[in-house]
Design a binder for this molecule. Sequence first.
Ligand SMILES: [Zn+2]
Ligand SMILES: [Zn+2]
Length: 415
Amino acid sequence: MAVQWLLVCHGLVTLLVLVSFLCGQWPIFQGTFIHTIHNFLTFGAFDYFRRFVEFVFGSRGSNALHLTQYYCCDRPNPILQAIYLAIVGGTYYLIVSSIFNYIPGHYIGGYHRYTSLLAVSVGILLFLLTSFSDPGTINAENVSQYLSVYPYDNIIYSEKECSTCKILKPARSKHCSICDRCVARFDHHCGWMNNCIGEKNTLYFVMFLLWHFFLCVYGTVAIGLVLAGRLKELEVVYILTAYYGIEDSFRSLAPHVVQWLLGSYNTQILLMVFLAIVSLLLSGFFGYHASLCLSNTTTNETFKWQDYLSWQRKVKEAKASAEALNASLGDLRQEIKPPESKWKSFFRRSHLEDVEIIKNNIYDRASSKIFTRSFIRFHHDPHSQHIIIIIINLKRGKDVGFVFSYGGVIQFSLV
Ligand SMILES: [Zn+2]
Ligand SMILES: [Zn+2]
């Protein structure tokens, strides 16, 4: 029984570490121990390690550590790509060595040996496409094309030159300091892909997230079916009820069945828990990026809007405070003024409450207003030489465009 509890604790600790590391900075976890663990994992642990290296090896050690940090975090490198391939390869190897013996089973067909390989191969193909495709690099030749496609809103994007590339920065673009290039419709630099996510590879990236979510769900369900099949084939329920005299009810049988599964198939259970946790995390990532796609915005723009709105709010608050101060000074200058009713002053709204910021985003607008019915239309875009299929999403009133280039390579854009 001790081994089973050890496995349960191992699963819980893995879940806690994964959730803290990947989601600990989310507002929902602010001020909780998950946020504290996140800070420790992302910064605190490294800081302690840096101090330890400096203490043991002196300035030489800390310089070497700085160089390593620079190479790993600030320069393009394939470390996370190798880790991704190791995780996928290692997990698939464990599945082949510990699950394939039981396929075909009572609830699962033999063809899953091949479909699982196909599913993993498609996942790796999407990974390679996202990693090695051009995210939409802007250069002197194509800058005019991007400038005409994305107009400046003069709010979060205004006309200016990239100080490194020495070309105009089109709206929605960003200079990636890691890749050292300007990228159109920049979303973020993805360390796992060792590539920027921009206009031309957003589709691959979103498909990568969705496919890996389904891949993990597929793995979880398939292992569950294999284990259910083993229970059936070995007649575990019959043995427990007939030979051990356990009552034939779910409540009585469940603890014994779980104990038997944990004792006999611990590797398979761990794999199933691991895949279930990763599928949950991937559903969160996919949901976030799908919502960005539906509102035709990017991660980079989300941060820019947050900064802009926060700055605007501060400016308006400062103005409101100045006006309130002026009004108070005016009141003091008046020689005779009847005192304001206590009740009136109690219910009077603060000037600061009047601060209202309007997010005037021109990029999340589309031509859906002119359409009254949901349909698909084909539209020729003269700038990008693409055929754009616009799908009208009536519920949200947003257009989602999928761009297919004439060359046959699928590209993606939101219009
Ligand atoms: Zn640049
Ligand atoms: Zn980059």
